[in-house]
Design a protein around this ligand. Structure first.
Ligand SMILES: NC(=O)C1=CN([C@@H]2O[C@H](COP(=O)(O)OP(=O)(O)OC[C@H]3O[C@@H](n4cnc5c(N)ncnc54)[C@H](OP(=O)(O)O)[C@@H]3O)[C@@H](O)[C@H]2O)C=CC1
Ligand SMILES: Cc1cn([C@H]2C[C@H](O)[C@@H](COP(=O)(O)OP(=O)(O)O[C@H]3O[C@@H](C)C(=O)[C@@H](O)[C@H]3O)O2)c(=O)[nH]c1=O
Length: 307
């Protein structure tokens, strides 16, 4: 079976935009991008677009009937970890129940489901994690994402893939949620000082590397769990310092603090990060080094301001 009719949900988000851009340039794929808004927030004339709120089962059913996808990449999610904790039923509806709906339609239609998931399914005591590690989320967002993973396994025997990633960064058009790299660069460029945690470690991921990893996964018709992230393990404080250095900003404005400094923040897993050997070996996935990723962000920001 050729996996060429690709339904992308959450297409207005950071990953959704990058994935739509990448797949719609590939003639192998007929892409339908969907998101909650009536119109796309990105510019890409080479794919179809339809509004879709994934929490509306009738609308999901209609899209499956109209487009008959043979692969679905679910990029839709509630990703604000604090908001997920405060608005639990909304978070569950998007991150867990909607995945169950997608899985049900994939099972009955025979479509493959590719679910994007997170390092926050782990407790962060023993990172970096490989695909065999046992999930144990420490916050509600992580619990909803793990429930989403479990729903995916119901998509049918071996007809699913779960792509877990870590701390995404990159650019996009009219993003509703910023990311750590854009936020640190923005604050420092305004001369604002920052308190940044030095006891949370991650393998930050350039969004185009993740989109590349997903394209490779589709091309190889790979199934099962894949860890797809950057390769460099850093503390978030080190990441902020690297942003300052690559963007030519004042690193002395970045002050290291422990997570306990943010008394009201939802708990985060301290040390996650991924072992990406499986993706390297099976998909030839090869993410860019962190410093190159940060330079790429800076260049694309210049492209945005110049356009
Ligand atoms: N960002 C990160 O650091 C990480 C992200 N991930 C995972 O990667 C995936 C993509 O995340 P990312 O692109 O960064 O997140 P974004 O928040 O940028 O994008 C998520 C998108 O989902 C959309 N969405 C939310 N609710 C619905 C709904 N009911 N129906 C349809 N669309 C909806 C949002 O729409 P709108 O724009 O209208 O709000 C948004 O565009 C998610 O599964 C996330 O859990 C995993 C690890 C790290
Ligand atoms: C706002 C802020 C954040 N931070 C740190 C906390 C955290 O480690 C990092 C990023 O904070 P955020 O709140 O943006 O993201 P956070 O919710 O920690 O990041 C997560 O996003 C979700 C969607 C995921 O799935 C995870 O993989 C993960 O990357 O920055 C500070 O140190 N100081 C600050 O003032």
């Amino acid at each position: 079976m050729l996996f060429n009719r690709v339904l992308i949900t959450g297409a207005n988000g950071l990953l959704g935009q990058a994935l739509v851009h990448r797949l719609s340039q590939n003639r192998e794929y007929d892409v339908l991008a969907t998101a909650r808004d009536d119109a796309p927030r990105f510019e890409d004339g080479s794919c179809g677009y339809a509004p879709l709120d994934v929490t509306q089962p009738d609308d999901v059913a209609q899209i499956f009937e109209d487009f008959t996808p043979n692969v679905v990449v679910n990029c839709a999610a509630m990703t604000d970890v604090g908001r997920c904790d405060e608005h639990r039923s909304e978070a569950w509806a998007v991150n867990a129940r909607a995945v169950k709906t997608l899985a049900k339609h994939c099972r009955t239609s025979g479509a493959r489901l590719v679910q994007v998931s997170t390092d926050f399914v782990f407790n962060g005591k023993r990172g970096p994690y490989d695909e065999q590690a046992r999930p144990d989320p420490v916050n509600y967002y992580g619990r909803t994402k793990l429930a989403g993973e479990n729903a995916v396994r119901e998509a049918g025997r071996a007809n699913w893939a779960i792509v877990r990633t870590v701390l995404l960064y990159g650019t996009g058009r009219d993003l509703r949620r910023s990311n750590i790299v854009l936020w640190v660069a923005d604050q420092l460029s305004q001369g604002e000082s920052l308190h940044i945690v030095d006891d949370q470690h991650r393998t930050p991921t350039h969004v185009d590397d993740l989109a590349d990893g997903i394209e490779r996964l589709l091309h190889h018709e790979a199934t099962g769990i894949y860890h797809v992230s950057g390769a460099d393990m850093v503390s978030v404080y080190e990441l902020a310092g690297a942003v300052a250095q690559e963007f030519g900003l004042d690193a002395s404005l970045v002050e290291p603090v422990p997570s306990s400094f943010f008394e009201d923040a939802v708990e985060r897993p301290p040390r996650t990060g991924f072992v990406i050997d499986k993706a390297r070996d099976e998909l030839d996935y090869d993410p860019r080094p962190l410093d190159a990723g940060l330079r790429d962000v800076q260049e694309s920001l210049q492209g945005f301001s110049g356009s």
